[in-house]
Design a protein around this ligand. Structure first.
Ligand code: VGL
Ligand code: ZN
Length: 198
């Protein structure tokens, strides 16, 4: 079965020192680079937000980072500003082997809606185009790594399973934000959706 490695959001802002740092985020750069050789294709995703993005707490006066807000498309965590288009923090971690990537797919660029998943925006309806790309190339067996385990990795892997791909999360090559138990909830959600955890 043709295998694709989907590397989620390995960007400076999600690594220690970044605007929305995930603990140990940079520990997984070398393991991810090593995994690339075992796959027929490598896709990188890049969180890519305009400065006025609706997911940024600073764009909602009085709202605290990491609080929850109801949006027209459902509940949304308000984040510290991160991965702003064209900024250093939106660049990939400098140690990531970007040369092996066949495709870089950007997400979260519409001001009014966030996109955790590599497949759909947070309305669970607006496609990014990734499913069509993978299907056209016959890539059926998808392996997910990167940041963050409990948000963008989990949402991507669950959507992949729902779309009929074989989806596996290689947990040793992920790190979690773990906001109010989000890591355990993500694990349970992935298991229920038929995502393999290895
Ligand atoms: C992510 C929060 C906001 C992620 C992206 O990559 O998991 N989390 N934007
Ligand atoms: Zn984001």
């Amino acid at each position: 079965m043709p295998r694709a490695l989907i590397v989620i959001d390995m960007q400076i802002d999600f690594c220690p020192g970044g605007a929305l740092a995930v603990a140990g985020g940079d520990d997984i750069v070398a393991p991810i680079n090593a995994l690339m050789a075992d796959h027929d294709a490598v896709v990188l995703t890049q969180d890519w937000h305009p400065a006025n993005h609706a997911s940024f707490a600073a764009n909602h006066p009085g709202a605290d980072p990491f609080s929850l807000m109801q949006m027209p498309y459902g509940p949304q965590v308000l984040w510290p500003g991160h991965c702003v288009i064209g900024t250093k923090g939106a660049d990939f971690h400098p140690g990531l082997d970007r040369n092996r990537a066949d495709l870089v797919i950007r997400k979260g660029f519409r001001p009014g809606i966030d996109s955790y998943s590599a497949f759909f925006e947070n309305d669970h309806a607006t496609p990014t185009g990734l499913a069509g790309y993978l299907r056209d190339r016959g890539l059926t067996d998808l392996f997910f790594v990167g940041l963050a385990h409990d948000f963008c990795v989990a949402w991507s892997a669950m959507d992949a399973a729902k779309l009929g791909f074989t989806a596996t999360v290689i947990e040793s090559a992920t790190r979690a934000i773990d906001l109010d138990g989000s890591r355990d909830r993500a694990r349970a959600g992935m298991a229920a959706a038929g995502v393999k955890l290895e």
